[in-house]
Design a protein around this ligand. Structure first.
Ligand SMILES: Cc1cc2nc3c(=O)[nH]c(=O)nc-3n(C[C@H](O)[C@H](O)[C@H](O)COP(=O)(O)OP(=O)(O)OC[C@H]3O[C@@H](n4cnc5c(N)ncnc54)[C@H](O)[C@@H]3O)c2cc1C
Length: 308
């Protein structure tokens, strides 16, 4: 039986493990993909306090090393269910393993949102990508487009403009929602063209994969056909909290209904990071949640110990 079972090995989950371990509690982290979470895909993190710039994968690696040195246990497994048995909780792994914890911290983050337009499902992995750091190199010297206008889209479009012949940026609003500094840097690039008030209406391919996107300009109603080798999509996130809905409780958008205290509706079950209802989803807020959730879990465990 673990003191804390942590679902998700991103910044929130690993920070939670750090605080639990330093409070002499045992921690088991379940991660279904790669430790580090979303930040591992960021080419450059420039807003992490105390560092001018470092890559997301380096930060993920440092976090992983730190919690490993402190004695965290790990499993690469997907949590597909969560049961509340009062004094202990059972997290069900996708291979049938049951992880018992006296408390649970859900730090399952969020995943990329899809465009949901014709052609997307068929061409995913054949020209449509959701991570420039992972797949950008395949498009070196080629023509690509980026859909989105937030920080992630801007950072990734800048990254792609260093590699690719040309980058078309397609943003549905009339302005970028990401940082002004990033937007200015992008617009100054000679190989970048930005369309505002523009929506991808369909994606077309041939035997070789993606061939072009159709883009509708809201104001004129004009439809552009843009030939492309690759299409990158960065239009936000959606949570993956379905397996925890019963025990943790979700809001109308599928995020775990927990506030700054990270408490869910079930005693001993906490939620941290991008998976919970909140306004700002960043590294610093995810790590702050990991801290708060772990300290709350340790307090809960002390209460259980005292009652025994
Ligand atoms: C490309 C990119 C660039 C970014 N750049 C910045 C930046 O410069 N600065 C900044 O502050 N923020 C940045 N962010 C946002 C930041 O990465 C996130 O806010 C942060 O990673 C959230 O951490 P988290 O631990 O809550 O969730 P995540 O990072 O999403 O981690 C959750 C982890 O849980 C795992 N998981 C999910 N469900 C399960 C399950 N059922 N079982 C087991 N494991 C599960 C996932 O595989 C994932 O590894 C960026 C994000 C992206 C995508």
């Amino acid at each position: 039986m673990h003191d804390v079972v942590i679902i998700g090995g991103g910044p929130a989950g690993m920070t939670a493990a750090l605080y639990a371990l330093r409070a002499n509690r045992s921690a088991m982290i379940l991660e279904k993909n790669a430790f580090g979470g979303q930040i591992a895909y960021s080419p450059k993190v420039e807003n992490y306090p105390g560092t001018d710039s470092l890559s997301g994968s380096e930060l993920a690696d440092r976090l992983f090393q730190q919690v490993t040195r402190l004695g965290a246990e790990f499993d690469v497994a997907e949590a597909v269910g969560l049961e509340d048995h009062g004094a202990f909780k059972a997290v069900l792994g996708d291979d049938g393993t049951v992880y018992e914890g006296r408390s649970v911290i859900i730090a399952s983050g969020a995943k990329h949102r899809r465009l949901n337009v014709p052609g997307e499902a068929e061409l995913e992995g054949r020209g449509i990508c959701y991570c420039a750091v992972c797949d950008g190199d395949f498009y070196r010297g080629k023509r690509v487009a980026m859909v989105g206008g937030g920080n992630t889209a801007l950072q990734e479009a800048l990254f792609l403009s260093d590699l690719c012949e040309h980058v078309t940026v397609i943003q549905n609003l009339d302005f970028f929602t990401g940082e002004e500094r990033l937007a200015r840097a992008l617009i100054r690039r000679g190989n970048v063209k930005c369309f505002f008030g523009a929506q991808v209406s369909s994606i077309q391919g041939d035997h070789g994969g993606l061939s072009c996107v159709l883009v509708r300009l809201e104001r004129s109603g004009e439809e552009l056909r843009i030939p492309l080798d690759g299409l990158f999509v960065a239009i936000g996130l959606e949570p993956e909290n379905g397996p925890f809905a019963g025990v943790a409780g979700l809001n109308e958008y599928g995020y775990i209904a927990a506030d700054e205290s990270c408490l869910t509706k079930t005693p001993g079950v906490f939620a941290a990071g991008d998976c919970r209802s909140k306004r700002i989803r960043q590294l610093t807020t995810a790590m702050a949640d990991g801290t708060v959730a772990a300290i709350a879990a340790c307090g809960y465990l002390s209460g259980l110990d005292a009652a025994q």
